[in-house]
Design a protein. Structure first.
Length: 103
């Protein structure tokens, strides 16, 4: 059984026991999160599609920890001006484990 959920402007295909990195939420590890924006649920050859979301469908997940994404390097260079700048950024994510798909 799988579900397609929407979170943070992105869509994810999830199954039970899948680990997923979503946008940062200030939650403690062990907290239960429910995703109510379920776009589709599939079980074998049977697929339920929402218009745009399914009613009474949710995905239950547990927060595992916070995680950092890859380091991105931002370099700005202006030719013939002796102007250079180099900075970096590392996004923080929340790592969750899918426990249950209800629908």
């Amino acid at each position: 059984m799988y579900a397609i959920i929407k979170n943070g402007g992105r869509q994810f295909k999830v199954e039970v026991a899948t680990k997923l990195m979503i946008d940062y939420r200030p939650e403690e590890p062990g907290t239960i999160i429910e995703f109510s924006d379920v776009l589709a649920i599939g079980n074998g050859n049977e697929v339920k599609l929402g218009q745009p979301t399914l009613d009474n469908a949710k995905v239950v997940a547990e927060v595992i920890s916070d995680a950092k994404g890859p380091k991105l390097t931002i370099a700005k260079f202006r030719r013939r001006k002796n102007s250079k700048r180099k900075t970096g950024h590392r996004q923080i994510y929340t790592l969750v484990k899918i426990n249950e798909i209800v629908g």
